[in-house]
Design a protein. Structure first.
Length: 189
């Protein structure tokens, strides 16, 4: 089922972030969302996740769907290890399966250490893997690849695309090269 926004408006105080915004996101496909800072990209994801409510308009196609997200901040359990952080969202994953996911993104040397001891780029990869490990119908990502060097970013994007094929995925990015690498649809706000 596609996701539809019909004349959605959202303001914070006097600042209108979205005004009569309408768009249809195709089901089972990836869409990159781009636009200048402050144009409503993060607000759009917050509305779709149900973290914010629209002032007017309606959002269709999100009811009853399992959602997963990569936020701008990593939002990890800092005292737990990477394996535990991933299994937190999907306890049916074995420790070996979680370790395999981490190894695929170059984190095999860091499996046992607390996440707080990892570098920013390492934490980012754990946050992405955690979102991918969850059982979801819709994946919403807010600048998921920020802070990754080009080589690591290429590896992570390749893995990400393999794991999300056929899923409904919305990715906010400021990087046109990233959007090109991800493919899919492009929404300019």
């Amino acid at each position: 089922m596609e996701i539809q926004l019909k004349k959605v408006s959202k303001s914070f105080g006097e600042k209108q972030v979205l005004g009569d915004f309408s768009h249809t996101f195709p089901d089972g496909e990836l869409t990159c969302i781009m636009g200048p800072s402050g144009c409503g990209k993060t607000t759009l994801l917050s509305l779709l996740l149900g973290l914010e409510s629209p002032d007017s308009g309606e959002i269709l196609g999100m009811e009853g769907r399992k959602k997963s997200a990569v936020f701008q901040e990593d939002r990890l359990c800092e005292n737990a290890g990477a394996v535990s952080n991933i299994r937190l969202v999907n306890p049916s994953l074995t420790k070996a399966q979680a370790a395999e996911m981490l190894s695929a993104l170059g984190l095999s040397d860091s499996l046992g250490q607390p996440v707080r001891t990892l570098s920013g780029g390492m934490k980012r990869r754990v946050a992405i893997l955690r979102a991918l490990a969850a059982e979801y119908d819709v994946l919403l990502c807010d600048e998921p690849f920020k802070g990754l060097d080009e080589e690591t970013k290429a590896l992570v994007i390749d893995y990400f695309l393999g794991k999300t094929k056929g899923k409904t995925v919305l990715v906010v990015t400021h990087d046109s090269a990233e959007a090109k690498a991800l493919g899919g649809h492009l929404l300019l706000l």
